[in-house]
Design a protein around this ligand. Structure first.
Ligand SMILES: NC(=O)c1ccc[n+]([C@@H]2O[C@H](COP(=O)([O-])OP(=O)(O)OC[C@H]3O[C@@H](n4cnc5c(N)ncnc54)[C@H](OP(=O)(O)O)[C@@H]3O)[C@@H](O)[C@H]2O)c1
Length: 341
């Protein structure tokens, strides 16, 4: 078995590939040969030492999702078979749930119950690249917010895997989806991409990285009503201020990441709008087993019937993990980046 190890916090040079004996499954376990491991912004932060809560101290193996083909089953496993295509459950990579830890590896050992049979519609290079984006968006927009038909959902970082998933989910709920991207070239790419289901894409920055007055476009697009739900991983001061200005009556800004610089925010419009800013983290959903199972079923059903499709921008081998991280850090991608162990 090969796995990636972060030996100390820092740059991509700290990602090392190590080889060790492939473990055999114990009673009730299966061994999955991973065919794909979705890459997420969280792993860049973990490698840099900005996400210790999740990574702990080095050495550790990054990666929070994975999927592939069952290669071996332990004694007592009756409902999984060798050759079956599966997705690791969202809690499988968590050490606290008995998992091996990070999924940047060729093989994964876990309880048979921590695997879900994959729909045929999901290709091998996406088996392990669904949960982070889709469950993060489902947990907030459906489970917490219960987005309703006719509402307007706005999605900053429109080219990110989470926002692309969120747009598909918002549309499936009957809402309107507006994507906000920092780059004009990405607007063009998103408009040409079938997996990007935005009704409109707006650009938030000019060529000199100056903030554009995108609130005016929002006003026009919503006939002055504003946005019901912002689902925002940027949360920089300027962006948050604009979102508060664009909120509809009783609207909500959900903050689920910090990609920009924090800044001073004027919250006073929240008072007359009866509006709110709230935080969201996927861990809240994963801690609720019943809700997680409902979310997984809802999402997989929509992959199975073709409602959802994911765009993989690029795949990398495990040996190429340093280039993969450097590529993600440049931020030129649209959609998912995937490791193919
Ligand atoms: N709370 C949770 O449970 C949870 C779960 C999953 C992910 N997340 C967060 O969601 C975010 C997206 O994750 P991902 O894995 O989908 O990342 P990703 O695919 O790498 O997307 C990153 C995108 O964010 C935008 N962006 C980056 N830096 C920015 C900045 N300084 N200002 C404004 N926009 C910026 C860019 O989009 P444009 O070029 O289109 O502007 C960039 O392409 C991350 O912040 C991650 O930590 C949170």
């Amino acid at each position: 078995m090969k796995r990636v190890v972060v030996e100390q916090f820092g740059g991509v040079e700290n990602l090392k590939l190590v080889e060790e004996p492939t473990p055999a499954p114990a009673a009730g376990q299966v061994r999955v040969r991973l065919t794909s491991v979705g890459m997420n912004h969280a792993e860049l932060m973990a490698r840099r030492g900005e996400y210790r809560l999740s990574s702990g101290d080095p050495p550790f193996t990054p990666g929070v999702e994975g999927g592939g083909v069952i290669e071996a089953v332990g004694p007592g496993v009756a409902d999984r078979r060798i050759g079956q295509r599966v997705i690791l459950s969202p809690d499988a990579p968590r050490l606290a749930a008995g998992g091996l830890g990070g999924t940047y590896r060729t093989h994964y050992l876990c309880a048979a119950a921590q695997t879900l049979p994959a729909p045929d519609a999901l290709p091998d290079d996406q088996l392990g690249a669904v949960w982070l984006a889709y469950l993060t968006a489902w947990g907030c927009l459906v489970w917490k917010q219960n987005v309703r038909p006719g509402q307007v959902v706005a999605l900053p970082a429109a080219s990110s895997s989470v926002a692309l998933a969120a747009a598909q989910i918002a549309k499936a709920m009957g809402a309107e989806a507006i994507g906000l991207t920092t780059r004009q070239d990405k607007k063009r790419r998103l408009q040409a991409l079938p997996a990007a289901r935005y009704d409109h894409v707006l650009v938030t920055r000019g060529p000199d990285s100056d903030d554009l007055p995108w609130h005016r476009e929002i006003k026009t697009l919503t006939d002055g009503r504003g946005v019901d739900v912002f689902f925002d991983p940027v949360a920089a001061g300027a962006c948050l201020n604009m979102e508060i200005r664009c909120l509809a009556q009783r609207g909500t800004v959900w903050v689920y990441g910090l990609l920009g610089e924090p800044g001073v925010v004027d919250v006073t419009p929240l008072i007359r709008k009866h509006a709110a800013i709230r935080g969201w983290v996927l861990g809240e959903l994963v801690a609720d087993r019943e809700a997680t199972e409902a979310g997984c079923r809802w999402i997989l059903d929509r992959f199975a019937d073709g409602t959802f499709t994911q765009h993989v921008d690029r795949t990398f081998s495990l040996e190429d993990v340093r280039n993969a991280h450097a590529f993600m850090e440049r931020g030129d991608h649209v959609g998912k980046l995937v490791l193919r162990p």
